[in-house]
Structures are given as C-alpha cells and as structure tokens.
Design a protein around this ligand. Structure first.
Ligand SMILES: Cc1cc2nc3c(=O)[nH]c(=O)nc-3n(C[C@H](O)[C@H](O)[C@H](O)COP(=O)(O)OP(=O)(O)OC[C@H]3O[C@@H](n4cnc5c(N)ncnc54)[C@H](O)[C@@H]3O)c2cc1C
Length: 297
C-alpha cells in the first residue's frame, strides 16, 4: 500500500526515519528494511505517531529492545515505534520502583539490588525493555513480571490510562498490556527488602546463563514456549536436533531451546528451522511446540 505524502510528512516531522534495517534493532540481527522507524521521547510524541498512522490505516508495530522478534528479510511496509533509551527513566522510593517502558530490564534489576531490594534479581540477564517484559510477562528462575507488577500506564484507544494490575491480566508469556491492545509507557513494581542474598542470587543466575546459554551468538533467546509438563529444550534435544542447521540458523548445541544466527542467517532459514523442529519434536514426542518469538512478516 503506497503511503500518502501527507502521512509521510507527518511521520518525518515527528522524527521518524525512513528505511531502517530490522537487523539493526533486533538481537537476532535478521530482517530487511522497515518503511519507518521512530523513537518517541515522551507519551505525547508516541500518541501523535499512533494517531497519525491510525488516521491513514497505516500498519504499526510497537517494539522494545527487539530481543524477542524475528522480522522478514523482505522488509515491512509499516511504522515501527521503539520505546527505548529516549524513554528510559526510572526511580526508586522505598520498595516502590517506577520505570519508563524503554528502561532496560537488566539496568533496573541491577539498580534495585544495589539499592538493597529483592524481587527482580532473576531479571538482570534478560535483554529486553521494561515495556517488552510487561508485554511478554517475561520470567526466569522462578520469577515473573506478574509477581511484582502493581500498575501499568499505557496508551489504549488513544488515551493514556493508569490501571492497577489484576489477577489474570498476565499469564505465562501473555499479558493484557501488549501491542496491539496497549502500549506500555510506564510500569510500577513493588519489591521487598533484601534478605541479604539478592546480589548472590543475581550473580548465580547470570553465571548459569553464561554457562548454559549461547550468548556469543545473536538470537532471540528461547524460541519456543514451555509446553505444559515439559521443557522445550529437553524435547528438542531428545529429538536429536542439537546442532541441526538450515543455512545460517542452527539449534544451539549448548542450549537446544535457542536457535542462533551463526552468521548470515535469513528469515527463511530461521522459520524453516522452527517448522522442522516443530515437526520432528511432534513426531518424536507428540508435543507441538508453540513459538514464543514474535514473527513479523
Ligand atoms: C539471550 C536472550 C535471553 C533471553 N532470556 C529470556 C528469559 O530468561 N526470560 C524471558 O521471558 N525472555 C527471555 N528472552 C526474550 C526477551 O528478552 C523477552 O521476551 C523480553 O521481555 C522482550 O523485551 P523487548 O523489549 O526486547 O521486546 P521486543 O522483542 O521488542 O517485543 C516483544 C513483544 O512485546 C511487545 N512490546 C514491546 N514493547 C512494548 C510496549 N512498550 N508496549 C506494548 N507492547 C510492547 C512487542 O510488540 C512484541 O510483541 C531472552 C532473549 C535473549 C536474546
């Protein structure tokens, strides 16, 4: 769909850039040009971008650090709005932590531990933003965003609203506060006084990540959701798929739940490998793996 000159001018006036490669803003380092890319500095700029695109029915994707995204090599004719470093303030008041959506989860988790708090030490190795973590209900080592999240400020139907988090708003890798239903702009968390071991736990979790995860390669982390009663990585390993390679994409020999970009992986390499893993695991175990990574294109 050719974009109207009027919308193009509006987006450029709001600071959007034309033709940005998705490989430059995703941790997978894969993906062609997206038509427009903008990083709003505040909620008003965000609202203006959203309403300009909506007026013309132009597609929008709201993203954070791109650590759970796989974008097509063909490029995407859409406006990508990243809530990142331009909206990344956070503050601590007692056990209360308030974060802009673009703050990095690892930064706020480390800051909370340094301030004598616990409740977020599991999050310090997750390479996403607070907004992305709320949208995905990110979790690790028994911790989950929903355990500590108290309220969310988001843009929903063009309005900025602050809502308390209720039971059921978030579930395993699912959240009521996620694009396209809502754009998270700020999140409030309730943490607890450190029991004296928070730093030790955080260091231990990060050491486990370095030991068990292929952090030396670009990836989007675990590609599949954890199926009820199983672990995706174990099912993939049992199916003999560690090291399975299609083009530049490979099931990590270090952690079978990860698909890594060993160099020059294309979107098709990864999607074909995902389908091959799903098919082989299903034949081997009867379990159909569901992708956790968000595929765009
Ligand atoms: C090495 C590695 C390790 C990882 N380990 C873990 C782990 O232990 N646990 C875990 O849960 N995940 C893990 N991940 C996956 C990923 O980091 C998380 O899913 C993270 O929460 C995604 O945040 P992001 O800011 O990168 O979001 P993106 O990848 O940019 O977006 C993810 C989704 O969230 C939506 N979204 C993003 N920001 C907003 C917003 N402000 N408002 C509304 N919707 C939004 C997007 O539309 C998209 O659907 C890992 C990834 C990597 C690369």
């Amino acid at each position: 769909m050719p974009i109207s000159k009027c919308l193009e001018n509006k987006l450029l006036a709001l600071g959007a850039k034309r033709g940005v490669e998705a490989r430059s803003f995703t941790t997978f380092r894969i993906g062609g040009e997206v038509a427009f890319f903008a990083e709003p500095r505040d909620s008003d700029e965000l609202k203006s971008l959203l309403s300009a695109a909506k007026c013309c029915d132009y597609p929008v994707y709201v993203i954070g650090n791109g650590s759970n995204l796989l974008v097509s090599d063909e490029g995407v004719d859409a406006l990508f709005i990243r809530l990142g470093s331009a909206m990344s303030s956070y503050s601590l008041d007692g056990t209360h932590l308030t974060c802009d959506a673009g703050a990095l989860l690892c930064t706020v988790a480390k800051a909370s531990v340094a301030a004598g708090l616990m409740g977020m030490e599991w999050a310090s190795g997750i390479p996403g933003t607070v907004g992305g973590a709320v949208a995905m209900n990110a979790g690790a080592y028994g911790g989950e965003i929903k355990q500590i999240l108290r309220s969310v400020t988001c843009v929903s139907s063009g309005e900025i609203i602050t809502v308390p988090v209720r039971e059921g708003d978030l579930a395993y890798r699912h959240s009521a506060f996620a694009w396209p239903d809502a754009v998270v702009v700020l999140a409030e968390f309730e943490l607890r006084e450190d029991d004296g071991n928070a730093k030790m736990r955080m260091d231990e979790y990060n050491a486990q990540r370095r030991e068990k995860q292929p952090l030396e390669f670009p990836s989007a982390g675990s590609v599949f959701k954890r199926p009820v009663g199983h672990f995706a990585g174990a099912l993939i390993e049992q199916a003999g798929l560690k090291g399975k390679r299609i083009g530049g994409a490979m099931v990590s020999p270090k952690h079978a739940g990860f698909i890594v970009n060993c160099g020059g992986a294309s979107f098709n390499d990864v999607t074909e490998l995902i389908a091959f893993v799903q098919d082989t695991v299903y034949k081997n175990s009867g379990v159909m793996l569901e992708p956790e990574v968000k595929i765009i294109g």
